[in-house]
Write a protein that binds this ligand. Structure first.
Ligand SMILES: Cc1cc2nc3c(=O)[nH]c(=O)nc-3n(C[C@H](O)[C@H](O)[C@H](O)COP(=O)(O)OP(=O)(O)OC[C@H]3O[C@@H](n4cnc5c(N)ncnc54)[C@H](O)[C@@H]3O)c2cc1C
Length: 374
């Protein structure tokens, strides 16, 4: 049996693909409903990455190609492929867009200011329009999966390996599993995972009632969705801070509302619901998908690893991670979960770009340079 810890989009997708591969799966979360963490706060825009090419853009766009097909086939009621317009943030960014174009995911259209105005946007120089992109109903997708797979409410406080099994302990209860997948988002304190450099970034989203009919979604340094049933979503992740309430300061959305008003008629926006959540990123911004290194054993058995040699990594038996999806959890999660399920059930090798081992050696070498590191 595999226990997946965390019922955000990463854990839900992992549980779904593992179950479909024939595995017995238990999905657990401290909350009784899925998407109680960062996933529930997400605007859940599913669009390609733009930029000057490179491995992260290629991987993101591979994941996007998989994700938009997956959502359309599996969750047609919860994925809205209205297209997403990527708008330059400022004049400098407008220049950069010219360099980005050869690397764009296809199909795309180049829009000018007039075309953007026809879509209800003002003061917008244009941008790249991706017609296959859209936004997902984050909670609806996670809750559908939770219903299909089953969700057990449990806060895992401790993980222990005993007699070839994992024992997961929570308040007054315990679960046993042959295999555990950690999909706990920015919270990564069940084991020593420092080498992965998981960091969080707070963000907020507001859902507003409006009479404005925006036919498309757009993304600048914030995201504004198309109108659906008289509502739009407005959101961004932007704040590095360990606690949410201080940064929200009671008005987490004031800044975003001002930005949205520059490009759209927001006069009648009425805030209906506010969400606040944390997204997690790995040290190199690539997803983390695969086995977890037993740091304590590795440093004890190969103390010289901090100075250069490359011994084979020692992994915790039966322990895997799916995390570090950054600001693109809804883009990455389906493909990353499928790759993890194929690895676990068919032995398909993991793509080195997402393999967590890639981060260990550099971290270990830094350890030897940082005296007093815990
Ligand atoms: C405001 C905002 C806007 C965003 N917009 C987008 C967007 O437009 N498009 C996009 O693709 N992505 C977006 N993201 C990013 C996306 O939300 C994240 O990448 C994604 O949610 C990460 O999912 P996750 O499952 O890894 O983590 P989470 O959703 O945080 O899930 C982790 C889960 O683990 C549970 N958990 C943790 N520890 C334990 C424990 N010990 N025991 C039991 N349960 C535990 C938590 O309760 C939580 O439910 C946005 C994020 C935010 C915050």
């Amino acid at each position: 049996m595999t226990v997946v810890v965390g019922a955000g989009v990463a854990g839900c997708m992992a549980a779904l693909f593992l179950r479909e591969a024939g595995e017995e799966v238990t999905l657990v979360d401290r909350s009784h409903i899925p998407a109680g963490g960062g996933s529930g706060a997400a605007g859940a825009f599913v669009s390609p990455k733009i930029g000057k090419g490179g491995p992260l853009q290629e991987l993101t766009n591979e994941a996007f190609a998989f994700a938009h097909r997956f959502y359309r086939e599996r969750f047609p009621h919860a994925f809205h492929a209205t297209g997403v317009l990527r708008i330059p943030k400022n004049l400098e960014d407008e220049e950069r867009f010219r360099l980005y174009e050869p690397f764009n995911h296809r199909p795309y259209e180049v829009w000018d200011a007039v075309r953007a105005e026809q879509a209800g946007l003002r003061n917008v120089p244009g941008g790249f329009f991706f017609p296959e992109a859209g936004d997902a109903d984050a909670q609806e997708i996670c809750r559908s999966i939770g219903k299909e797979v089953g969700l057990r409410q449990m806060e895992v406080e401790n993980l222990e390996r005993r007699e070839e099994r994992w024992i997961l302990r929570g308040a007054g209860e315990a679960l046993e599993a042959e295999r555990v997948v950690l999909a706990t988002g920015y919270e990564s304190d069940l084991l020593d995972l420092r080498y992965l450099g998981i960091k969080g970034l707070w963000g907020s989203r507001g859902d507003y009632a409006t009479s404005q009919e925006f036919p498309i979604s757009c993304h600048k340094d914030f995201s504004l969705s198309s109108t659906r049933e008289g509502r739009v979503k407005l959101g961004a992740t932007h704040v590095k801070h360990p606690t949410p309430c201080l940064v929200c300061d009671g008005r987490p959305l004031a800044n975003l509302e001002a930005k949205a008003a520059e490009i759209a008629e927001t006069g009648d926006f009425r805030l209906v619901e506010t969400f606040c959540g944390m997204r997690s990123t790995s040290r190199d911004h690539f997803p983390l998908v695969g086995p977890v290194i037993d740091v304590e054993r590795m440093l004890a058995e190969h103390p010289a690893v901090t100075r250069g040699p490359r011994p084979d990594p020692i992994h915790h038996d039966g322990l895997y991670i799916l995390n570090g999806l950054g600001g693109r959890g809804f883009v990455f999660a389906p493909l990353m979960a499928r790759w993890l399920a194929e690895h676990l059930t068919e032995g398909r090798p993991l793509d080195p770009r997402i393999h967590p081992d890639r981060l260990f050696r550099k971290w270990a070498r830094r350890l030897s340079q940082t005296k007093g590191t815990k």
